[in-house]
Design a protein around this ligand. Sequence first.
Ligand code: CAO
Length: 444
Amino acid sequence: MGREAVVSVPDIGDYKNVEIIEVLVKTGDAVKADDSLIALESDKAAMEVPSPFGGTVKEVKVQLGDRVSQGSPILTLVVEDGDAPTAASEPAPAAAAPPKPEPTAEPPAAATAPPSAPAATPQPAQVATAVAPPPPTTTPPSEGAPPHASPSVRKFARELGADLAQIRGTGIKGRILKEDVQNFIKQRLQQPERTAASGFSLPEPVEIDFSQFGPVDRKPMSRIKKLSAANLHRAWVGIPHVTHQDEADITDLEAFRVSLKQEAERREVKLTLLPFIMKAVIATLKAFPNFNASLAANGEELILKQYYHLGFAVDTPDGLVVPVLRDADRKSVYEIAAELAELGVRARNRKLRNTDLQGGTFTISSLGGIGGTSFTPIVNAPEVSILGVCKAQLKPAYQGGQWVPRLMLPLSLSYDHRVIDGAEAARFAATLAQLLSDLRRVLL
Ligand code: CAO
């Protein structure tokens, strides 16, 4: 029978409250001494914390985004008698080999696509506009989640301009090794003509010294923004986008929502428009299954999903994230409202779990609480469509021989034109508008 030992953050020098950027193990994993458990990143350095001894992970006590210092518990290991130097629940001493911080002028996830590697065959991103979490260990890099690699390999890749997201790791649990980066670069050098012929090459951005024109400040991009940037860019370049504009008369729906305010207060739920929009979207997706789908990697099949997990864009101080409300079709408007609020709060407090960001089938980006009349949301690949919503406005409508004020909701539906035709998108938007103008039709 094994004993339990708590593994804590060892001596990491002067670093305190360092952010966890990767949790590399999960409950049930067998780890060997010196296997990396978590990766940390401060403003100045990135480092991995190795396990001081081998065992089986019983409980992981940290999650992505947590901040830790020396002595913070990381996990509980069940170790074979004689293997661990500590007694049960007693904090483990510093790991035998304390992590060696490596200076990071730029955090690891920021490896940029090399100019010689244009998006000829863009990989689908699993959560295009969200903070893509570390992938499950079986997820190949082509699914868009950030790849596992040690800080030294990340640094090496950065120096060579190699995009880790495009490299398949051959190390343990798919980790990317230095050799993988070398092989990737070799391959790219051997294929310049094919790449140029099948794709397109963007001109390299020109580095401009703006201080020559006036005073400037430099502000680092947040990690969330950098991850979103890569995914948004990939989706923008790789997907032929079209945005269809429409509007829905939500006069009656808004009156209904307002009439429910007291009931909602009793249930301690803030009932905004979004849960109703979600209900109408699900009914529309059921009528137009191509919108609740992904294009297969071979480009020859559409994968139609039988579940309705709706992503919704949340504006946070650190940037845009897209949590996913799972099985929205099986939830009531009140349940959706409560879950939206809960996910929104966790998104803003950086407490989302990996699973909260994965598996979306269709995304809604609502700017309705802010304003605007229309915009062109970027499809959240590997989804094929996204609905943008702007602020509802009172507009005059000619009805029954007279002008009457109606509350009109602007809808901006972007779609992947490889998958969806313009007429289909127009029908989708018209159906959605019809359902929003008379939500009773959702029941039909
Ligand atoms: N028209 C008019 N009013 C609207 C509206 C619309 N389309 N949508 C929301 N409102 C109202 C709400 O009803 C609420 O009014 P009350 O306070 O009087 O009840 C107010 O605006 C604020 O709503 P909210 O934004 O707090 O809540 P929500 O459920 O509508 O949206 C969330 C939640 C998380 C989507 C939103 O807070 C958010 O972060 N939006 C930004 C998304 C974003 O950044 N998208 C861009 C992505 S591309 O870069």
